[in-house]
Design a protein around this ligand. Structure first.
Ligand SMILES: [Zn+2]
Length: 269
């Protein structure tokens, strides 16, 4: 496999991870502001972001000092390169650095000079983006500042995992509630059919008592409804036992008054 193809496949896996976290364009409402505040404070810079790198843009889950900019392009040199790094990524003077001097945010816009980032890496090793600190003047960050930036990126990754777990739990709960409503509706429909059949069987000859109580457990209720199965067995039961049999044994059906199941049908005179 060619190196280009391998890189493309790896990026597909990474983008699938970005999608899985459902963070891009999410209404984050200040959820990540504490991270940019901490990054700017510890690095002493006016600008900080929590960036998520999409296929064709860098989206800011939080940004500070960028006057409402919510996303930028994926020109190499800044976030679009830094998120792939195995650790901290630093550009001390972007105007002099060949990696970044042609970047639109360096040549124009805020005219960035200092850029420091730590990659946001998920538990399964996917690089989603960066926590960054930026300045319009060149800088030399301390080791402590870069260490803290790395910790902040680690906490963002944990926060994204918790956020995803919460989304998943809320959806599972909603699904279970919908299932319970559907089950109740189907139980009500079965009870209605049993009532109608009991009405239709009212005149038929029958045993005195329900036959569905199980071996040695005689049911004291009167026999009201006849059920059958495709193998020809049939029995009379009380409404409660008939409902239970229909719900738990998928092949059981409500017999018509004249028909005691297929074998009885085959043995008819
Ligand atoms: Zn019974």
């Amino acid at each position: 496999m060619s190196a280009t193809l391998t890189a493309a496949l790896l990026d597909d896996v990474r983008l699938a991870a970005v999608r899985r976290y459902e963070i891009l364009d999410a209404p984050v409402a200040g959820e990540f502001d504490a991270f940019t505040r901490a990054a700017a404070t510890v690095c002493g810079t006016p600008i900080a972001t929590v960036s998520i790198v999409d296929a064709d843009r860098v989206w800011f889950a939080a940004s500070r000092g960028l006057r409402g900019v919510t996303q930028v392009g994926v020109e190499p040199g800044l976030c679009a390169s830094a998120f792939r790094a195995g650790g901290p990524y630093v550009v001390n003077d972007a105007a002099a650095d060949p990696r970044t001097r042609d970047h639109p945010l360096v040549r124009g816009g805020p005219r960035l000079r200092f850029y420091a980032a730590a990659p946001i890496v998920t538990a399964d090793g996917q690089h989603l983006g960066t926590v960054t600190a930026m300045d319009t003047a060149p800088r030399q960050p301390t080791e402590l500042q870069m260490t803290v930036l790395g910790h902040l990126a680690g906490i963002v990754a944990q926060h994204l995992d918790l956020r995803l777990a919460m989304l998943t739990a809320v959806r599972a709960e909603r699904r279970m509630r919908e299932q319970a409503v559907r089950r109740a509706a189907s139980a009500a429909a079965i009870a209605g059919r049993v009532r109608d059949t009991a009405e239709a069987h009212r005149a038929a000859a029958r045993p005195a008592w329900c036959q569905l109580g199980g071996a040695g457990r005689q049911c004291p209720e009167p026999a009201e409804v006849k059920i059958a199965d495709p193998w020809g067995d049939s029995a009379w039961g009380c409404a409660a036992h008939v409902e239970e049999a229909i719900v738990t044994v998928r092949t059981v059906f409500l017999a018509s008054a004249e028909l005691g199941g297929l074998a009885a049908y085959a043995d008819r005179p």
